[in-house]
Design a protein around this ligand. Structure first.
Ligand code: IPM
Ligand code: MG
Length: 359
């Protein structure tokens, strides 16, 4: 196995957490006697500054050749001018579209010892274990945009195929979890949501009669996610609702810095990124929590490299680091970014050599 992994550090804390991703991949390679081809390329504001393009052609070409892409974060105040012709975020959006990564998987699981850090009551979040499957290449994000002095519009379109493929992926995922899917929409108002409702029901009835299925309006879902989050298991929803609900869900687990994501398409190629942004307020200070990024690396081993066991070991290593109090500031610790990653790597070593289980 000589998988090609491309790193896109991007902006803000992106480079800091991407360095730790690389160290974790190197550690896995060493532990398991593997060899990976790891390269780096520009994206986002960093690419904009250097080449004038947030997704340079060279970066896209190398992403197409890679088996997996790891991304830090894009954006920052430096590029926030609302009149700017190009924004760093566009680089990420174009990359998702160009690689056909239509499904964004965002698992949200609470480490019990972080229940106290969450602003929500511990008894409400105890059993949180959800997987949000966000549609990633359609809807208002990708429709035609018009902006003039007095009016603006964003086309908001979904086709049957776009809905069907992501609902199928979510339902398949549910079969390996608790067999329950909640499809979230705004079918009382939006035409796109009515199509989502129709197509999802057809797919579920025809191909997944064994998976429990319900629908929920997005406003109600926003309330239930904080009031009663453990009622959810697999959530599937359109692009923008997924963007908003996953930031909301991150509050459940104490810190956004904990959460990973995987963006997948038809094949095994994937884009892996922590869900936190570029966090310009703490950039360059060694304060970033690397766990969301390291967990994203775990997802890469599972979904793109077919190494499920390695993925489980990484998950467990992060879990054990949190259990042992080896944490960054955002989750009540005092470790710096690299020290927190050291802890994970050392737990990974222990897991491999001594087969330690959950602490
Ligand atoms: C995310 C981010 C992006 C999105 C931004 C950076 C364009 O918020 O991955 O959730 O809205 O998809
Ligand atoms: Mg977001």
């Amino acid at each position: 196995m000589n998988a090609k992994i491309l790193l896109l550090p991007g902006d803000g804390i992106g480079p800091e957490v991407t360095v730790e991703a690389r160290r974790l991949i190197d550690a896995v390679a060493e532990i398991h006697g593997l060899d990976f081809q790891i390269e780096e390329a520009l994206i986002g504001g960093a690419a904009l500054d250097e080449t004038g393009d947030p997704l340079p052609a060279d970066t896209l070409a190398r992403c197409r050749e890679a088996d997996a892409v790891i991304l830090g974060a894009v954006g920052g105040p430096k590029w926030d001018d609302p009149d700017a012709r190009k924004r760093p975020e566009q680089g990420l959006l174009d990359l998702r579209k160009e690689l056909g990564l239509f499904a964004n998987l965002r698992p949200v699981r609470l480490h019990p010892s972080l229940a106290d850090i969450s602003p929500l009551k511990a008894e409400h979040i105890r059993n949180v274990d959800l997987m949000v499957v966000r549609e990633l290449t359609g809807g208002s994000y990708f429709g035609k945009k018009k902006l003039s002095e007095d009016t603006a519009s964003d086309d908001y379109t979904y086709s049957r195929d776009e809905i069907e493929r992501v609902v199928r992926l979510a339902a398949n995922m549910a079969r390996n979890r608790y067999g329950r899917v909640t499809m979230i929409d705004k079918a009382n108002v939006l035409a796109t949501s009515r199509l989502w409702r129709k197509v999802s029901a057809e797919v579920m009835e025809k191909s997944f009669p064994d998976v429990a299925y319900e629908t929920m309006l997005v406003d109600a879902a926003a309330m239930h996610i904080v009031a009663n989050p453990s009622r959810f298991n697999v959530i599937v929803t359109e692009n923008m609702f997924g963007d908003i609900l996953t930031d909301e869900a991150s509050v459940l687990v104490g810190s956004m810095g904990m959460l990973p994501s995987a963006s997948l398409g038809e094949g095994t190629k994937g884009l892996y990124e922590p869900i936190h942004g570029s966090a310009p307020d703490i950039a360059g200070r060694g304060l970033a929590n690397p766990f969301g990024m390291l967990a994203s690396v775990g997802m890469m081993f599972e979904y793109s490299l077919g190494m499920r066991e390695v993925a489980r070991q990484i998950e467990l290593a992060i879990w054990n680091a949190v259990s042992s109090g080896e944490r960054t500031l955002d989750i009540g610790g005092n470790l710096r970014t690299d020290e927190a990653a050291d802890a994970v790597i050392s737990h990974l070593d222990d897991i491999h050599t001594k087969k330690v289980a959950f602490i």
